[in-house]
Design a protein around this ligand. Structure first.
Ligand SMILES: [Mn+2]
Length: 332
């Protein structure tokens, strides 16, 4: 019997932050065209469960944790006509060995998914991946990638700000919190090979800059709720009010604090609508022997991430104290 020949349906699945969006864009620039894109806000990472098990699909997955998608992944891999290509830098756990799964997963400290994509899909302007690295709070990686271009400080700052803004745009509890749905950001980016033309013409940057500035004014000079001196002086814990501006800005604030005080760990708790907490964790970057942020996050259900930056998506209110104690034990 001859099976009909058909070309596979191509789907891009990716995190809604700058790293995820730009990674799939880099793949697109290499000539792979998606029939559909599946993404969401920063913490919406269970994306594989949104894919049917239909025959003849190529799934390209960027910047979401394999571990957080394991049951859906195993279901999809049962179908040999579904091929899955996975690019990521989050802690993955055991990677299934199946002939229809190809992975490029590397969770070393200084890398991000767009850098892996840039190496795997040649032809993209390196300023794309640099923007993503800035968004993931990896300025050294971005600078290293850009060094051969000999860009001035002004051009670097444009890319840094854009990465931070696109990353910031992904943060909220619901789409009502954010200015642009990440899918819309990806779709607007699709037309551009030149990152500078995208920044000038997409209509995304100026509104995001204005909104972030307003959010920063509301944040003011946020002081830590707990920042012990002495024995536990290596860590500080912040809490933000349950408001949309705080849900947008919290992660960016934690990342900036981690760069500003590289010897101290940061934890930031935000109250969600159901009373539980969303937690952002940043490891002390200058303390190379400090445990990874994802190791601490993974002690709690719904926790995960990478060595420098991790989070707990839903920490029950009655576990907040237990978390704080572990946080200061590990990093204080
Ligand atoms: Mn990333």
């Amino acid at each position: 019997m001859n099976l009909p020949e058909f070309s596979p349906q191509v789907r891009f699945l990716f995190n809604g932050d700058a790293d995820g969006i730009i990674s799939q864009h880099i793949a697109g620039l290499s000539g792979i065209r998606p029939d559909a894109r599946i993404t969401g806000l920063k913490r919406e990472i269970a994306l594989l469960q949104r894919v049917s098990g239909d025959d003849g699909q190529d799934l390209y997955v960027f910047d979401i944790s394999l571990d957080s998608n394991r049951p859906a992944l195993e279901r999809l891999l049962e179908n040999p006509t579904v091929r899955i290509f996975w690019y990521d830098h989050h802690e993955a756990g055991a990677i299934p060995t199946r002939s229809n799964l190809k992975t490029r997963i590397q969770n070393t400290r200084g890398t991000c998914t767009a850098l892996l994509a840039h190496a795997a899909f040649p032809g993209a302007d390196p300023r794309w991946a640099a923007m993503a690295a800035f968004g993931d709070n990896l300025p050294q990686a971005a600078a290293a990638l850009l060094a051969p271009l000999g860009l001035g400080a002004g051009a670097l700052e444009i890319l840094r700000e854009a990465g931070e803004l696109i990353n910031y745009n992904a943060h909220g509890e619901t789409p009502a919190d954010v200015l642009f749905h990440p899918l819309e950001v990806a779709e607007r980016m699709d037309a551009y090979r030149d990152p500078m033309a995208f920044l000038d013409e997409s209509g995304l940057i100026e509104p995001l800059r204005r909104q972030m500035h307003e959010d920063e004014e509301r944040l003011g000079d946020l002081r830590p709720e707990r920042a012990p001196m002495g024995k536990n002086g290596g860590a500080q814990l912040f809490r933000l009010p349950p408001e949309a501006w705080a849900r947008r800005l919290g992660s960016t604030f934690a990342s900036r604090m981690a760069l500003r005080e590289p010897d101290r760990a940061v934890a930031l708790l935000q109250t969600l609508h159901d009373g539980s907490f969303q937690v952002s964790i940043r490891a002390p970057r200058a303390r190379k022997d400090a445990p990874g942020a994802s190791d601490l996050a993974r002690e709690f259900p719904t926790g995960g991430g990478r060595a420098l930056a991790a989070g707990i998506n839903r920490l029950p209110a009655d576990q907040a104290e237990a978390f704080a104690r572990r946080f200061f034990d590990v990093y204080g």
